[in-house]
Design a protein around this ligand. Structure first.
Ligand code: GLV
Ligand code: MN
Ligand code: MN
Length: 419
């Protein structure tokens, strides 16, 4: 490794930490879709791209877009990026690292132009924190930021459409954010967010597929009553019903290999110590690499929620917020990434991602692929999330080899590798 790449890796980490300061909360990082700190984040990134003569634009879905031109005008483009939004109390690397590594790869070119342009993309929304539905940014690129999603409201009853307008953008221009026919593919660097690379003793992995995921909202509706005067057998307690069901969710997932199911958010009304709860609202997140296993689990858990509600004479509502199938990454790009990782002196670990990523949305329209970086302790979605500088060096080095390989592949540039 050259000293230059070491410094570049240190700079990448420092930039990730810098962006973590742009937050809605003081003392921790939380940056949701089109919140004021997202604007600051865009401005900061623009200052890094300015010396490279790469202007930054924000499309109508709030995605940061910046094109490093090809050697010749009208050449096709390769997208490299990830997302800039975060979960509450997040770490500094989930998503952000992929955007900053894209910039680092352009810097590594030192002005050299490739046969294709590189478009850096910083997606506005991948986590689903503000509106419950994730991938708002990447859905715009594949033409799926539809009316239903635009009408979705956050906890303050602000719709996605309104949030876009409030940020000074025009929802009518969303179609212009869509991928053009000149897009050769999409690459995403991301921390693994799990323990597999660490267990294998490898810094980098190549993602072969991204697990499908279902996200739903369940509401148990009971009846509020006085906590001191209502005998236990006369209660219609929504929290007690929800609790019973949550344990069933955990039991079901533990009983099926590799199935994960999570109740990640819970809200009860009226929410007072001395009132039996009238309403309990929960989210359910279910993932598995087999769509069939995932669909069966959602069916079983929905039936179980119904049973719990009936047994307790409560009513139940449920609605889907997301249903994404398991998505294969582009075999040609997977092969190229494997080769590039080997050139860094490492053995690529072939993996299925349990986490969702923008690449699964982009893959609907263009060849997409991902490179994972080892995540110390497998810790993510937490401020303790980290990445080793050595591994970032390897990632930059892998990216440099990969761009080199793609720049000399007629098959890639002519798109003849596509299935
Ligand atoms: C993204 O972080 C996800 O929930 O997979
Ligand atoms: Mn995340
Ligand atoms: Mn992410």
């Amino acid at each position: 490794m050259t000293v230059d790449i070491r410094n570049r890796a240190l700079q990448v980490i420092a930039r990730c930490q810098r962006l973590a300061c742009f937050s809605e909360d003081s003392g921790s990082t939380r940056r949701i879709f089109l919140s004021p700190p997202m604007r600051d984040c865009h401005h900061e990134i623009a200052t890094w791209l300015e010396p490279l003569d790469v202007p930054v634009k924000v499309d109508a879905a709030g995605n940061l877009r910046a094109v490093y031109p090809a050697a010749e005008s009208n050449a096709a483009r390769l997208l490299i990026g990830s997302h800039l939004d975060t979960v509450p109390n997040s770490g500094a690397y989930d998503g952000v690292l992929g955007v900053i590594l894209a910039i680092a790869l352009i810097e590594e070119l030192r002005g050299q132009r490739l046969p294709f342009a590189i478009e850096v993309v910083g997606f506005s929304e991948e986590e689903g924190v503000r509106f419950g539905a994730p991938f708002i940014g990447s859905r715009a690129l594949v033409g799926r930021l539809d009316q239903e999603l635009l009408d979705r409201r956050d906890a303050q009853q602000i719709s996605v459409r309104q949030a876009i307008e409030d940020f000074g953008l025009n929802p009518a221009q969303i179609p212009q954010a869509e991928l053009q026919t000149d897009t050769l593919g999409y690459l995403e660097f991301h921390i693994e967010q799990g323990p597999a690379l660490e267990n294998a003793g490898q810094p980098l992995g190549v993602v072969e597929a991204i697990s499908g995921q279902s996200r739903l909202q369940f509401t148990f509706l009971g009846r509020a009553n006085h906590a001191g005067t209502t005998p236990m057998h006369l209660r219609y307690d929504a929290i007690a019903a929800a609790a019973e069901w949550i344990t069933a969710v955990e039991r079901t997932a533990r009983g099926v290999p590799d199935l994960v199911a999570t109740v990640g958010s819970f809200e009860a009304k009226p929410g007072a110590t001395n009132v039996v709860a009238a309403e309990a609202r929960l989210t359910l997140d279910v993932r598995h690499r087999s769509d069939e296993v995932r669909a069966r689990a959602v069916e079983d858990l929905t039936r179980e929620a119904d049973k719990v509600a009936q047994r307790r004479s409560l009513s139940l509502r449920h609605a889907y917020m997301l249903d994404e199938q398991t998505t294969a990454m582009d075999p040609f790009l997977v092969g190229q990434i494997g080769e590039a990782i080997e050139k860094t002196g490492c053995t690529p670990l072939h993996m299925v991602s349990g986490a969702g990523h923008d690449a699964m949305i982009l893959a609907e329209k263009v060849p997409a692929a991902m490179i994972f970086l080892r995540t110390p302790g497998g810790i993510s979605h937490d401020p303790a999330e980290s990445v080793a500088v050595d591994d970032v060096e390897k990632a930059i080095s892998c990216g440099v080899h990969l761009l080199d390989q793609l720049a000399s592949s007629a098959q890639f540039q002519q798109g003849t590798h596509r299935a």
